[in-house]
Design a protein around this ligand. Sequence first.
Ligand code: DC
Length: 224
Amino acid sequence: MNKPIPVIAIDGPSASGKGTVAQRVATHLGFHYLDSGALYRIVALASQQAGIAWSDAEAVAMCAKQLSLRFENEQVWLNDQDVSEAIRSEAMGKGASQVAVHQALRQVLSSVQHDFRQVPGLVADGRDMGTVIFPDAVLKIFLTASTEVRAQRRYQQLLAKQQAADYQAILQDLLERDARDKNRASAPLLMAKDGILLETDHLSIVEAVERVLENYQRFIQFSA
Ligand code: DC
């Protein structure tokens, strides 16, 4: 029997560094990469452009169904508009967290995410990769860090990009997003029962990537 295409799921809260870790693991293994948060950010942006309130579950899901999306290397195109930068704003992060509470939208995006599962394998990052979208992932990492460390990292990132940054506002925003992502009824942020906790307060990105790769090597050895 053919083995299913392997998926490594990396879930965790905002600003935990999971995107960077997931991308590097994918590059190292030559796997595809899915940034599922980008999909929710795109829907937030497209809804805003269409004048749809983020709280309107039905209209947001309908808007998502009609999207014309293209992913090219690091770039994301929405209806022939390069939105790679626009979806990275703090406002779209907030919007993404708000549209993400709608089950109807999560349903629409489910098949879009499954389409990323292609040979030789996929590294997928988000909130529900290991719990809902790819429950048969061969490795489920829950990557996290304390709220203060995550706020500090985001603060430094903004300063490095020479953007205005207010540590207290960032901390407050992260607390709000964490609460919304953890407490929603549909696919809340939580560690899979068979997940591995990777706490990164005292780990560099390079060390976190190594830990994920070590765990994947262990899986390969056991499944050989
Ligand atoms: O990973 P991110 O910060 O780009 O995600 C933005 C928001 O999208 C996040 O606050 C919650 C939502 N999201 C989700 O509900 N499920 C996912 N798999 C990924 C993101």
